[in-house]
Ligand binder design. Sequence first.
Ligand code: AMP
Ligand code: MG
Length: 436
Amino acid sequence: MMDQLLSYPEAAALVAEYARKRSAGRKPVQVELAFASGRVLAEALRADMDHPPFARSTRDGFACRAAEASRHEFLAIAGSTQAGHAPAGPLPPGAAWEIMTGAPVPDGADAVAMIEHVESRDGQVRLLAPRTLEPGKNIVARGEQAHAGELLLPAGTVLGAAQIALAASCGLALLPVFARPRVAILTTGDELVAVQKVPGPAQIRNSNAPMLAAMVVAAGGDPWVFPTVGDNAAAIGGAIKQAALPAAQTDLLLFSGGVSAGKFDLVEPALAKAGAEFFFTGVRLQPGKPAVFGQIKQNAAAQLSGFGDLLRPSITETERTPLPFLGLPGNPISTAVTFLLFGAPLLAALGGCPHHGPHFLPARLKSEIKGKDGLTRFLPAWCDFDHEKGGWHEVEAIPMHGSGDLAALARSNCFVMVPEERERMEKGSLVYVLPH
Ligand code: AMP
Ligand code: MG
């Protein structure tokens, strides 16, 4: 274990480097389009055909030859085509063809005059002067958006509504996405009782377990919430063994509580006993200083459990990738901040997403906030976009009473960052916020 605390940028770089190395090689699973939102595409999406598959009108109007229409003479209306129907023939010379948005343009036409820009009478139509038409006007050529076989989305793309629509337009009803990383959530503390219980005189409800489960889901993971574990090294060790069993298929161990310097902060010793390698055991952060990051060689944990190899006999010790863990301090705001800073990027990477963040946004500070000597601060804040004030995101810290102030956390929509070298950030200064 190390005593040296890393700065926040050093710790972030270490997590990002680890995340980068771990962002490949997950198993793909197939999901229906309707359930693909937020998932990570496991294989590249290529155009199944030319898009659009035929030259298409983008307007209601008249398909014509641009040069002929631009002479402003009447052209005979030779035919009509609506969306979903093929034109009955090519466009004869000196003629126009009625056409609706989305319909295929007849052969021979090179432009579409908008219905609003023409005058028609007695089966004839002409473009109103002084307008002229250029070839290609109001037509999307076949293959203009994508040619058959062209790369549309690389593997690793996070799917949203637009990407799902694109996949649908290529005829995919199922999409290959990466399996969600499975996160064992181990909340520790003798004082904790389950949500359904009435706390005794020295007890509180375990709010971090559901909070972390929600944060894991938002970060693309699959939460596996363990029953609360007491401040007891053997109990914590038992939970680690269970979560690290190869058959459990855990991708990340997430602890809350028990990582500070107190006599009953026993997560680190339990991890050390399970063969952990620590990358950091503290970060110059406020809140969140005791955060711990490392990995367990899975064979070590499996040996402790005694029957890991029986469950997965085909996999040798050396083939198993180490199991990363994060130990987050238990004060709810500390837990939330450190999960967002370190847990969410790790999970995004473990889920196959190459752009793992954290994704900070610039904003302008509405009122002064103070720094903490030698620590990077993250304060719960409210950020909104104000058109009136020059189009900036404006942010203001929310008054709070310590890192346990869940009500302040719940009233915030982001954390505002104060770098460790800053004594204060004045009103109007440019700051970075991390939305949550
Ligand atoms: P610890 O990180 O274990 O030193 O805990 C710091 C503070 O966070 C203490 O006041 C704990 O009671 C509180 N705390 C720890 N775990 C949780 C939890 N799961 N839910 C809510 N509060 C917690
Ligand atoms: Mg504790």
